[in-house]
Every structure is written in C-alpha cells, then in structure tokens.
Design a protein around this ligand. Structure first.
Ligand code: HEC
Length: 146
C-alpha cells in the first residue's frame, strides 16, 4: 500500500469517526478550563478517532495488523516527549506515519525547517489541534503504559 492510498483510507475512517463524534464535541465546548479528567478523555478520543491503534497496537506496543502498516512501539523508553509530539504533529516523511497537526509545515515549523509546503513524501491529515496532540501523547505516556 503506498502512502497516498494509505492516507485516503485513513482520512476516510477518520471522517467517519469524526462525524459520529462531532455532536458530542460541540456539546462539551472548547476546553480552556479543562480538568485533568477532560484532558485524559480528549487524549483517548484523539487516539481512537485517529486510528493510532490500528498501526501502533491497542496499547501503543507496536502494531501487527495484517491490513495496516505496522507502526513501532510508542512506549520505548528512548522516545522523548519531544520526539513523540513532533512525529505525531509532522509525521515521519518517507514512511506511512502521517502528519496529524492542523497547520503542520505551513503554520507550525516541522523538524526545524522554515514554514512552507509539506514535503511530497508525507501524508498530511491535519485533524488534531496542538492541545489534542499534547493530550494524545499524555494518553500514550500515562494511560497506555499502565
Ligand atoms: C497508517 C498507520 C499509522 C497510523 C494510523 C499512525 N501511525 Fe504512527 N507511525 C506509523 C509508522 C509506520 C511509523 C514508523 C515510521 C518510521 O519508519 O520511522 C510511525 C511512527 C510514529 C511515531 C515515531 C516513533 C519513533 O520511533 O520515532 C510516533 C510518535 C507515532 N507514530 C505516533 C502516532 C500517533 C499518536 C498516531 C495517531 C494520532 C499514529 N502514530 C498513527 C504508522 C502509523
């Protein structure tokens, strides 16, 4: 499966998940005063809606699905928070790992490069805000690890 096909399948499954949950999101409002529990829920929702587990395994332990590309274990101790956030935001160019942060590359610098069009070898999904990215990484580091 090439990167573009993967991205289209992924975007499709995301859109389905999103339309199913957007009513709920609207009811919750934008969480400037989010409690710790809200944040954990945001992280879990972002993990599920973005199909991270499809490639990285249900507990982030590394994927082994026959249908999806196998993503690595996200709980390896050498993975710094900065690496987790940047790879989730900007993707891993040249691989099946997409860029999830809205405005990545164009509004938010990636890998220390000046703002500009994303490289051709990264699929940009752009469905997560900075707060959702932070929460999904909290979820990986705090909840999935336990
Ligand atoms: C289509 C499959 C797929 C999906 C969905 C996916 N990933 Fe990945 N991810 C990968 C692959 C493959 C890699 C490894 C890229 C490489 O070869 O370095 C990766 C790499 C990563 C890395 C870098 C890990 C490292 O070792 O440096 C992080 C962090 C990550 N993914 C987080 C996520 C999160 C969080 C989500 C959900 C928002 C997600 N991924 C969704 C396939 C996926």
């Amino acid at each position: 499966m090439n990167i573009k096909v993967g991205a289209i399948i992924l975007a499709g499954s995301f859109l389905m998940a999103y339309s199913a949950s957007s009513g709920q999101e609207a009811a919750k409002g934008s969480g400037t005063a989010a409690t710790a529990m809200d944040k954990a829920a945001v992280g879990k929702a972002a993990w599920e809606e973005s199909s991270c587990s499809g490639c990285h395994g249900t507990r982030g332990q590394g994927g082994s699905s026959a249908d999806l590309p196998a993503g690595p274990n996200l709980r390896r101790p050498e993975l710094t928070r900065q690496r987790l956030v940047e790879a989730t935001s900007c993707g891993v160019p040249g691989t099946q790992m997409a860029s999830w942060r809205s405005g990545a590359y164009t509004e938010l610098p990636c890998f220390g490069k000046p703002l500009g069009e994303p490289p051709a070898d990264v699929a940009v999904i752009g469905s997560l805000s900075q707060a959702q990215i932070e929460s999904v990484i909290d979820y990986v580091q705090n909840d999935l690890a336990n």
